[in-house]
Design a protein around this ligand. Structure first.
Ligand SMILES: [Zn+2]
Length: 299
């Protein structure tokens, strides 16, 4: 990841990415003021005409789930946001529907705590069809054993660091060899860490230590989260053993999940990067996303 220092001004990075956002639940035009230049929408956003104040984005369109599965019964989700799949024979139709709507990533849910989950055959068929159509698969895995099921079926990424149980080292090592995890640590208590926060932090620490790829992501739209770089998420990542350079790599991935996301903005952080890691999060949250003409004015 390359950055450069604008003399006396601050540091310019590739546009920061929040890899887990629900645009339908927030005001997307506010994000660049908070430093976020690019986003991955993981469900519920129906494509419309782009506005210049929107972040650059790639999106999933619907949540693909079992009939009656999460989030089709959640109060925050509109009925049209979920795409039920009841069998392997139904998988191609569901995936093709997302592709036709412009999706470049498939979002599936395996939330055993909030309803029925996809069976093994349907899961494998969905992953296979998505890969055939060139889509990486991101899963929300929740409930004991669901993360392992997703991994075994060939899922590429988790929308949340697994938080339902401590994953054994052998499984974590295997996951680290080929998966990407989107962090979302702060959703577990929003500054008042819950048991799930501790489980997720421990899993993420070992996943990262084993070389697993981590993307910064917040699940923006669900819960009291700031519209921009989240100080608590940054502190939680540092707490899970990522260095400040690792955190910047998690924010600046040029091809997250091998996706091409447009990058019309860069992220500018005023002032000099502090030497003390303790001061890193405070410094980073002053970030703002700028178009290249806006940056020219600054320079
Ligand atoms: Zn989400």
């Amino acid at each position: 990841m390359t950055s450069h220092f604008l003399h006396g001004r601050g540091t310019v990075y590739p546009g920061f990415l929040d890899a887990h956002v629900h645009l339908a639940l927030i005001d997307p035009t506010m994000l660049h003021r908070g430093g976020i230049a690019r986003i991955l929408d993981l469900g519920g956003w129906l494509p419309r005409d782009p506005s210049p104040s929107m972040p650059d984005l790639a999106y999933a369109y619907q949540f693909v789930t079992a009939p009656g599965g999460y989030p089709s019964r959640a109060v925050w989700a509109e009925p049209g946001w979920s795409c039920p799949v009841d069998s392997a024979a139904d998988a191609a139709r569901a995936v093709d529907l997302q592709v036709a709507a412009g999706a470049s990533v498939l979002k599936i849910t395996l939330n055993a705590v909030a309803g029925p989950v996809l069976g093994a055959d349907a899961l494998v068929a969905l992953v296979g069809r998505a890969h055939n159509r060139g889509l990486p698969v991101v899963a929300h895995a929740e409930g004991a054993g669901q993360a392992e099921r997703a991994f075994t079926a060939g899922v590429d990424a988790f929308a949340h660091t697994p938080f339902s149980e401590r994953l054994p080292d052998g499984l974590l090592t295997a996951m680290a060899a080929r998966m990407t995890w989107i962090s979302t640590l702060d959703i577990h208590g929003w500054g008042y860490p819950t048991a799930a926060f501790e489980i997720a932090s421990d899993n993420l620490r070992r996943f990262h230590r084993n070389g697993g790829r981590v993307l910064y992501g917040t699940d923006l739209g669900n819960g009291p989260l700031p519209l921009g770089v989240n100080h608590r998420e940054i502190v939680a990542l540092l707490g899970a053993g990522l260095t400040p350079d690792d955190v910047l790599a998690a924010l600046c991935s040029s091809t997250p999940l091998k996706l091409t996301v447009a990058d019309t903005r860069v992220t500018f952080v005023p002032g000099e990067r502090p030497r003390d890691p303790e001061d890193f999060a405070d410094w980073l949250v002053a970030a703002r996303a700028l178009t290249r003409p806006e940056l020219e004015v600054l320079a």
